[in-house]
Design a protein around this ligand. Sequence first.
Ligand SMILES: Cc1cc2nc3c(=O)[nH]c(=O)nc-3n(C[C@H](O)[C@H](O)[C@H](O)COP(=O)(O)O)c2cc1C
Length: 325
Amino acid sequence: MKTAITEMFGIEHPIIQGGMHFVGLAELASAVSNAGGLGIITGLTQGTPEKLANEIARCREMTDKPFGVNMTFLPSVRPPDYPGLFKVIVESGVSAVETAGNNPSEWLPMLKEAGIKVIHKCTSVRHALKAQRIGCDAVSVDGFECGGHPGEDDVTNFILLPRAAEELEIPFVSSGGMANGRSLVASLAMGADGMNMGTRFIATQEAPVHENVKQALVEASELDTRLIMRGLRNTERVLNNAGVERLIQKEQDLGTDLKFEDILPEVAGIYPRVMQEGDVDAGAWSCGMVAGLIHDVPTVQELMDRIMSEAEALINERLVGFQSA
Ligand SMILES: Cc1cc2nc3c(=O)[nH]c(=O)nc-3n(C[C@H](O)[C@H](O)[C@H](O)COP(=O)(O)O)c2cc1C
């Protein structure tokens, strides 16, 4: 399939793997790229420029296809070495960067000069327009369904994507709730040129996370995510578990007095415990409502092939069949 996104990133299928803390390592990114999509290494999971350079080199050993790096800007007590990390990205010759969180304008000149395509993840039309204005090449439009940080507007993709299509001139991909051929065809119908998936890619053979995490996603339904940290204006969609229930109880008990420090035990240092040790009840970890559409743990190649053949059948059989003679 050929779209503005496949052309921009030099990929075969219009499917991107979003950055995911402690999941977006070289194993997953290279598997997605080898299967024809755009794999993304999560920059902040590596933390230091040296480790990121090493992870990019590992990925390059596993694929000769294009892949990218996610750089997330979030408020933090000890900010990472962003200048050092971006220097590594530029020097390593990756072809794409996915930015998320704050405005990436500070880093755009150096990325552009290096010929790196920038896709910025946004949860609203106004932020997407801002990304277009400052010179991002594409945007990833993340609806309220998404795993991770959906923003504070609560607009689902059935509205957000066609709204983005009304306003944007640069290409965009849908993100949040995407899992299968139906998701891809619907995204294309709503004006996107491809789709971004997070949660769905965790439940694959190559995702370098503990089996318990993959099983938790297969077992979860669309009713099993919760929104946390709304009162702190840092809303996150996570898989419900014992740690999350403790956190929500604190939110209810403390109300507007709640501070980030109150929930530290449920949010700090959780990712390695969940993703590496398999302690899925340790605390809050991002997960989309799309868990309800995840029923198996295929290889990335099987997943991508299945999505593309479902999408082609939907277009060529179901949709074409609706045309009146
Ligand atoms: C476990 C997990 C960790 C994530 N970590 C990040 C991250 O570090 N940076 C980021 O920009 N997005 C992160 N995301 C969001 C994804 O890149 C993507 O936008 C989101 O998962 C899309 O929604 P979906 O899960 O419904 O596919 C994460 C998502 C998940 C599920």
